[in-house]
Design a protein around this ligand. Structure first.
Ligand code: SF4
Length: 211
């Protein structure tokens, strides 16, 4: 954790009672803002909280999908806690969503993604990561609009899983949605990070920062 950081959960003190999306206020348990190291070089962005994340108030914890990500983060050296921890001990990574409130019966509507975007943009601006990992097709398309010059519909998360896409200001390394991911795809993701990210100077596009 950054020396000036008190908590991993919602470290920027974003509105924990946000009511900007009327329908989601009715269905959510928690507003699940970002979680992690505010000095992170790696930002992981999913579509919306799972039922378990909504209950815990922490992104990507409490169910098989969350444990899959936590296990991969452990293999990559970002997390020291067990994969079933509800409060991961995380370094150099930050976990967040396009929308922070859950509807149990449907994915977020387009206007809800747009309404929630200022929170994500603020996290990205304050963290200023080197690499963004969009998790799932929706996150990939949304981030592609912002950070690449390609058309969003030219991205296919299955085809681009565990590859590096050069973007404007950031590199994107897409990941298949956790509840659809096979063990082989998880292994391929970790392998890509080890062999194609950690093995090179991934900071060179933005200049080194001292940590
Ligand atoms: S999804 Fe985002 S903008 Fe909508 S109510 Fe939740 S925190 Fe607010």
């Amino acid at each position: 954790m950054d020396a000036h950081q008190d908590t991993f959960a919602n470290p920027f003190s974003m509105d924990a009672d946000c009511t900007n999306c009327a329908a989601l206020c009715e269905t959510r348990t928690s507003v699940v803002h970002g979680y992690g190291d505010v000095g992170a070089e790696f930002l992981f962005v999913g579509e919306a909280p799972s039922e378990a994340a909504d209950a815990a108030g922490v992104p990507f914890v409490g169910d098989a999908a969350g444990e899959r990500l936590q296990r991969m983060l452990g293999e990559l050296g970002f997390v020291r806690s067990d994969p079933d921890s509800l409060e991961p001990d995380i370094q150099n990574a930050f976990l967040t969503y396009l929308t922070r409130c859950r509807h149990p019966e449907r994915p977020p509507a387009d206007e809800e993604v747009v309404t929630c975007e200022p929170y994500l943009n603020a996290e990205i601006r304050m963290i200023n990561p080197q690499i963004i990992v969009p998790i799932g097709q929706r996150a990939l398309e949304e981030l592609a609009v912002e950070y690449t010059t390609r058309r969003p519909d030219s991205f296919d998360v299955d085809a681009e899983h565990a590859t590096t896409i050069r973007g404007r200001g950031f590199e994107l390394i897409p990941m298949v949605a956790l509840d659809e991911q096979t063990d082989e795809q998880s292994e391929a993701f970790v392998e890509h990070f080890m062999e194609n990210v950690f093995s090179r100077d991934y900071r060179q596009t933005k200049g080194r920062r001292s940590r």
